[in-house]
Design a protein around this ligand. Structure first.
Ligand SMILES: *[C@@H]1O[C@H](CO)[C@@H](O)[C@H](O)[C@H]1NC(C)=O
Ligand SMILES: *[C@@H]1O[C@H](CO)[C@@H](O)[C@H](O)[C@H]1NC(C)=O
Length: 419
């Protein structure tokens, strides 16, 4: 498959001239397959002649199961391209529906922006708040410009040259401004030297479904999404903002605490609940540099790191008990302890699940007022962390309203009596 594909492209490469002038910073070093696309009038302007419904374009450039798709209309005309399977592509078409239409119940980001993009020595460009940002304020809303199937990124399935070649074909199908913007990030000495590195440097993943893969069971459709507005929001393990990706693949970044003017905005790219060694490995693997935030370095004190890991393990043990309706020894002290551990670890970007456990367990222990208090807090945190339509937010709204009638009311007391 791979051989055949590159032979065709090589033959086509000599037919066309490529306008390399727009891309001063990016030197493409594989087989210059893009000539094939650039030389084809339809391909060079997919918006003019979409060959799929909804303004999508399929130039039939594939590697194995992974093909290039493009739309100039998606993301309000900024365009999006994908290197993915046909199954994932079917799901991506949902982006059409969100053309210019905000997702129901999702607030748009505040306009004008509450931040400036500033150059910080040693860190490049970052978003810095230029006014006080209240908790719960939507800071950035972004639609993807590039989508790549996780398995296409897997070295065992596709080699580096082929990855880069197909990505380049895809990126060249973007509207000019979007393409220039993406390619401007490829700098020889910067964090991204190739398109693959560019995608890996801001890894946002969404699973677009499960497919029956025969006797081995189901295969997933994980894809990575590149969001132009997220380029300047770095990773931090005690971040001041949280994000979620909605049904139309729109990325929402929301303040998890009050952010003062002058503070940088950051999010956690990886679960802050992982033990330090795992978080460290994840950051190295994806971002290519060590994690330098205080929960990773312990302010240079190994004792702090051990303490932080012990806290995380205690959180895990308590949560396991709180999730199990059969646990016999759940106490209110355990609930206060859980809250204190989250506070100690600075896990403000992950409070919704914790509040939810407190709400249900207070109710189960017969403390209705506390249950309602934490259910309301879970709703607030859930909107920030998962969006207003998430199942947890809906479940906590129900608990907040129905406390005494809720299935969880005094459930642990009944269980304990039974025991
Ligand atoms: C903050 O910066 C944005 C530009 O990113 C600007 O539009 C806005 O007016 C600024 N706000 C304040 C309060 O300076
Ligand atoms: C994250 O934001 C905080 C608060 O502004 C800042 O102190 C910290 O340096 C930022 N971290 C990174 C990695 O940008």
């Amino acid at each position: 498959m791979a051989r055949l594909w590159s032979t065709i492209l090589l033959a086509a490469a000599s037919l066309a001239m490529v306008s390399a002038t727009d891309e001063p910073q990016y030197k493409f070093e594989g087989n210059d397959a893009i000539n094939n696309v650039a030389g084809n009038a339809v391909a060079a302007n997919p918006a003019a002649n979409p060959n799929l419904p909804g303004g999508w374009y399929d130039p039939e450039e594939c590697y194995g199961n992974y093909c290039v798709y493009a739309s100039h209309r998606a993301a309000n005309g900024r365009g999006v391209v994908a290197v993915t399977t046909s199954a994932s592509f079917e799901k991506l078409k949902r982006m059409d529906k969100s053309l210019g239409v905000p997702v129901p119940n999702e607030k748009e980001a505040v306009d004008p922006p509450l931040y400036e993009i500033k150059e910080v020595p040693g860190r490049g460009k970052v978003l810095v708040a230029n006014t006080t940002i209240k908790r719960g304020t939507k800071i950035v809303v972004s639609q993807p410009a590039l989508v790549v199937h996780r398995k296409f990124m897997d070295d065992e399935e596709v080699d580096d040259e082929d990855q880069e070649r197909l990505l380049k074909i895809a990126v060249d199908l973007l509207p000019e401004d979007t393409r220039k913007h993406l390619l401007a990030r490829l700098v020889p000495q910067g964090e991204a030297k190739t398109l693959m590195e560019l995608i890996r440097s801001r890894p946002f993943e969404d699973n677009l479904g499960l497919n029956w893969a025969g006797p081995e069971g189901y295969d997933n459709e994980k894809n990575l999404f590149a969001y132009p507005e997220l380029e300047h929001i770095p990773h931090h393990c005690q971040p001041n903002a949280a994000f979620h990706i909605d049904m139309a693949y729109v990325h929402h970044t929301t303040a998890v605490r009050k952010i003062e003017a002058g503070e940088e905005i950051n999010i956690s790219y990886f679960s802050p609940m992982m033990l330090r060694a795992d978080r460290q490995a994840r950051v190295e693997e994806w971002l290519g540099k060590p994690c330098t935030c205080s929960r990773c370095t312990g302010h240079g004190d190994l004792g702090n790191i051990a303490k932080s890991d012990a806290n995380l393990m205690e959180i895990e043990a308590i949560e396991k008990k709180l999730r199990d309706y059969e646990s016999k020894d759940v106490t209110t002290a355990m609930l206060s302890r859980l809250l204190a551990l989250y506070e100690a670890e600075g896990l403000k970007s992950r409070y919704s699940d914790m509040y939810e456990l407190l709400a249900i367990n207070y109710n189960a222990l017969g403390y209705n007022k506390k249950a309602i208090k934490y259910a309301n807090l879970a709703v607030q945190a859930g909107i920030i962390e998962d969006g207003p339509d998430s199942n947890d937010v809906i479940a906590m709204r129900i608990l907040a309203k129905s406390g005494l009638e809720h299935y969880s009311w005094k459930m642990r007391i009944k269980n304990q009596r039974l025991a």
